[in-house]
Ligand binder design. Structure first.
Ligand code: UDP
Length: 324
């Protein structure tokens, strides 16, 4: 049994991960400032008796002296808004958590001799000019736009990881996570899968931004969570940046049509303006994850969507199965 810290434990990925770690018998301390995470996500974890929740902002230096974190063995640093809708409404909090927050988590790892996984993002590649994206591609990122608070702060977080690895030999691993989904995304999350499934089940318009030709690679949450744990367990991932994502990409219009088909929805597809700096292509090369972690995603988009739709249908639907 290990004593493990999960930052962002009230979020989509953090709560899934904490649940998995509890199932394996570990003692989890979850920290979240609840800016985009939800208390609803942690209440079931608290009932297990193996989860301590600390509502706290990890950008405060007091995090370094919290008694509860003494002797921590592993840190999964997931705290950060990740949906464009949330990070664009909280730009300064997003920048702070990915930079100052990351430096504090690395400092905690250093003082406790703990291992740490930092969750970076495919957004580190910006609007890529190389496709698909391999870890050594340096990206095409814009400092002067609405996505910069997320992309650039995640990149600076990686820089902190580099320095702590090279100066202090902190066993840090950097996961560049590509689009992840499941029914754990709330209806109002704003990301594409939750939007499309909610719209299809509500029989309202499915809103494709732009002409829908932009691509994304969608990884089911269970696959992503497993990869993060393998990174933690595997010493060969120390000091490495590793893409975690599904190596098949779909155009957003294809996703809209697939959701329409799988939900048997009569929702029409409508087109809205493409948000500024929306990346046109995104697909990971996952050779490194295969080699170092013996990992690749198992859940196809169709299967993952079916699972997502099944759960969404049971939440707040009327007798005809229409989402309220
Ligand atoms: N998107 C869309 N309709 C929506 C929500 C998103 O067409 O209702 C598009 C968005 O413009 C982007 C892609 O879907 O091209 C993925 O968006 P998301 O916000 O899920 O994540 P991103 O990869 O952009 O961070």
């Amino acid at each position: 049994m290990s004593k493990i810290l999960v930052t962002g434990a009230a979020g989509f990925l953090g709560s899934h991960l904490a649940y998995q770690l509890i199932q394996k018998g570990h003692q989890i301390i979850g920290i979240d400032n609840l800016s985009s995470g939800r208390l609803d996500n942690v209440l079931p974890l608290m009932e297990t008796g193996r989860f301590l929740f600390i509502p706290f902002d990890i950008t405060s230096h007091h995090v370094l002296t919290l008694d509860a974190l003494a002797g921590i063995e592993e840190i999964y640093h997931l705290a950060s808004p990740a949906s464009p809708k949330f990070y664009q409404s909280l730009p300064f909090g997003t920048i702070a958590v990915n930079t100052i927050g990351t430096s504090f988590m690395l400092e905690l790892a250093k003082t406790n001799n703990a291992k740490i996984v930092y969750t970076s993002t495919s957004e580190a590649y910006g609007d890529p000019q190389v496709h698909p994206q391999q870890e050594d591609y340096r990206g095409n990122v814009n400092t002067w736009g609405p996505r910069a608070c997320y992309d650039e702060s995640k990149r600076l977080g990686e820089v902190y990881c580099y320095e702590y690895f090279h100066r202090y030999q902190v066993p840090v691993k950097v996961a560049r996570i590509f689009n992840t989904y499941s029914a754990g995304l709330q209806n109002d999350d704003g990301r594409v899968i939750s939007n499309f499934v909610t719209q299809a089940l509500r029989q309202t318009e499915i809103t494709v931004y732009g002409d829908g030709s932009q691509t994304r690679s969608f990884c089911y949450v269970d696959d992503t969570i497993l990869a993060l744990q393998l990174m933690m367990e595997n010493d060969s991932a120390n000091g490495e940046i590793i893409n975690i994502g599904n190596p098949s990409d779909y155009s957003i219009l294809e996703v809209a049509k697939l959701v329409q088909k799988l939900t048997r929805s009569s929702s029409p597809i409508t087109f809205r303006p493409l948000p500024e700096d929306d990346p046109k292509l995104r697909r990971p090369v996952i050779d490194k994850a295969k080699k170092l972690l013996d990992w690749q995603p198992k859940v196809s988009l169709e299967e993952g969507l079916n699972r997502t739709i099944a759960v969404y249908r049971t939440q707040n639907t009327d007798k005809k199965g229409i989402l309220l």
